[in-house]
Design a protein around this ligand. Structure first.
Ligand SMILES: *Cc1c(COP(=O)(O)O)cnc(C)c1O
Length: 392
């Protein structure tokens, strides 16, 4: 890691491209939409989007319109879908930038149509239908009316339907009865679209878990998020390594302080950790202000673990806002020594999955919440514009 930084999130763009390739070969002939919402799950929106496209993604997916426009501002002209619309958002820039917008209700359809008319061009929409998760999407009861309104606006030249989609509640448990039930509901919704004269366009229902574990859900396109970042969407079924994925993010720091304390010393807020014997403590300059989960504090039995001097060290006591203390035993560590919070795991460091377990959460949250205070440093060359070769 760079010596001038106290802490850094290293993001391997070659791993991103590799992971997209893994998903792609798994789901072919379906295409891959790389989901890059929330700053690419904390990995850095624009470099990751470029790497994902270099790795074979043909679509990019984001939640918000402003995320899609950030991609366009960076000069990325690939197909991009934004799926959360809220009343009041100016949709004209999105329509003019050729961003695909998801529509799940007549109010959002009308908002998109108004923007299309203002811009003098057809808006590209994907229709979202709820197949059982009860989150976004048109209810089955409202679907026919939405389709009639869509058909009218297609005929009028206001919109073009490029896709029809839904989202799984439990694709990480492929044997759950909700999985086939959602697919059945999706088939019914597609049939209803045809009956109402609407060509559904690209059909997409799968997230990362379904892309790997529910082959019938792949349709024309899969929306892969977590897998792009190299993490398993169903760690109970298969590890990332077993799926051929390579974790892209390594969170590392340098010890800011090292000291000996005597047996019996209490450590960090609340003194919830008492050192069993004389020991060396190391200070890692990352805390919950950087996204290190406070729930991964020492709880009397376990904690998140940080790799220092070749071994994983437990967190001594509570995670603070800017720092955690690790118990180094009799290790002769020095300020400036590297401390790896999580990474691919190849050097013995914990993975984002390990941290998710220690904090009682999921790896999606662990990587996505790494805070803005932690600089991202991108390594690898996938998607990085190369300088022209200088003739010898
Ligand atoms: C976040 C998201 C995805 C990606 O999910 P993963 O489990 O990370 O693959 C796909 N589709 C929608 C609608 C999402 O919100």
């Amino acid at each position: 890691m760079p010596t001038e930084l106290p802490a850094v999130a290293l993001v391997d763009l070659d791993a991103v491209a590799h992971n997209v390739g893994v998903v792609r070969s798994r789901v072919a002939p379906a295409a891959v939409m790389a989901v890059v919402k929330a700053d690419a799950y904390g990995h850095g929106l624009v470099p990751v989007a470029r790497a994902a496209l270099a790795g074979g993604a043909s679509w990019l997916g984001v939640a918000h319109v402003h995320e899609a426009l950030a991609l366009r501002d960076a000069g990325i002209d690939a197909d991009v879908l934004a799926w959360i619309l809220t009343p009041g958002t100016d949709l004209l820039p999105a329509v003019e930038a050729g961003v695909d917008l998801s529509v799940a209700a007549t109010w959002s359809l009308e908002a998109v149509v108004a923007a299309a008319r203002a811009g003098g061009r057809r808006a590209r929409v994907h229709l979202e239908v709820d197949t059982g998760m009860s989150r976004g999407g048109s209810s089955p009861s409202e679907w026919p009316a939405l389709l009639d309104a869509v058909a009218k606006h297609v005929d009028a030249g206001d919109v073009e339907v490029r896709g029809t989609w839904a989202h799984f509640a439990s694709a990480d448990v492929p044997a759950d009865p909700s999985v086939p039930a959602q697919l059945e509901a999706f088939e019914a919704a597609l049939a209803t679209a045809h009956e109402h004269g609407v060509d559904p366009g690209l059909r997409h229902h799968a997230n990362s878990a379904a892309a790997f574990f529910v082959p019938q859900a792949r349709y024309d396109l899969v929306r892969a998020g977590l897998a792009v970042y190299g993490l398993s969407p169903a760690p109970d079924l298969a590890s990332g390594a077993e799926l051929g994925l390579v974790p892209a993010m390594t969170l590392a720091a340098r010890l800011a302080h090292v000291r000996r304390v005597p047996a019996g010393a209490g450590v960090s807020y609340g003194l919830t950790y008492t050192v069993p014997a004389d020991t060396t403590l190391g200070l890692v300059p990352l805390g919950y202000g950087d996204g290190v989960p406070r729930h991964a504090s020492w709880d009397g039995e376990r904690s998140g673990e940080v790799l220092v001097a070749g071994a994983r060290r437990r967190i001594a006591g509570r995670v603070c806002m800017d720092q955690v203390v690790v118990d180094l035993g009799d290790e002769a560590a020095l300020p400036g020594d590297p401390a790896v919070v999580f990474g691919p795991g190849g050097d013995g460091e914990a993975t984002a999955d390990d941290w998710a377990q220690a904090a009682g959460t999921i790896s999606w949250e662990v990587v996505t919440r790494i805070g803005a205070r932690v600089p991202r440093r991108h390594t690898g060359t996938a998607g990085v514009p190369q300088p022209p070769e200088v003739p010898a």
